[in-house]
Design a binder for this molecule. Sequence first.
Ligand code: XIL
Length: 331
Amino acid sequence: MSLFKTSIVLVSLLFVCIEAHLRDKAKQKYIGTALAAHALSDPEYNQMAGAEFNSASPENEMKWAALETSRGHYNFGDADKLVAYAQQHDMKMRGHTFLWHRRIPAYAEALHGNKAELEKVVKEHITKVATHFKGKIYAWDVVNEVLNEDGSGNKLRKGLFLDTLGPSYVEEAFRTAHAADPNAKLYINDYGIEGKNKKSDALYELVKEWKAKGVPIHGVGVQAHFREGGVASTLHENLKRFADLGLDVAITELNIRYKLPGSADKKAKQAQDYEKAFSACKTIPRCVGVTVWGFTDKYSNIFDKGYGEQELWDQHYKPKSAVNAVEKELI
Ligand code: XIL
């Protein structure tokens, strides 16, 4: 190789090495991403996740139906793969999630109305999974999306768990998880509780009650799947009131989708929205970090028809302006 060519190669290598990554600025508060085990075989995805982020959440791999396909038959393969990846890349690992109204295995769903049996399998499931990952999980979303929409009644979503076990199932889940992995931070996680509203007011009351009763709850996670312009204006105020109760708070599933087709203007507004969300966490000492739900549009779950391009990098791994905007808010 000529001297000229060699210098070009060396200079480009130098650029790759000194290129800033988000995690380099996220020292006091982590910056996380959801990881999908299947996408790790994509070399670019595999390289970027660990280079940019210092925390990871399993997108689907730790959900009940993914882990325990039928009663007592566990398949930890994909979840273990993600935990190993996080350890290799010096990332925190969040656990997601023991109880959710979706992705329940058929055998458990069939126990609707059978209190004694359902109680038993819920306890078995949480104990088995928390014990399997003991010491490797920084924080667990013990229960996910268990609140009802308007804070009415006993404030909890109707369905298998509430109908069959009654409202105390949430407290029980926290107690069971704590007994199995006493060092993990235990969270309640939900959507629609990002700002101050009836749903987050109801959660606030519940959390106060649980704390007073000694339930081992340590954190509140707000999902934050927003539409363009939809970052709750009271996000900071709301996170702060939970922090003031003596809890950790975190943004756990951030992304900001816009109506397709995209444009430069939409991307610029999206950058401002991302910045708003990160800045809401920045000045609250007990806001421990922000996790984005995927980082590239290449592997992105859109559940809102006509909307998309919600992640920080596009489908070709090209950074959007949101990446720079977010970087400014990291500490
Ligand atoms: C989503 C995943 O991103 C999808 O791949 C899957 O099909 C459904 O679940 N709230 C949550 C997450 O807590 O677990 C959900 O993840 C998105 C909404």
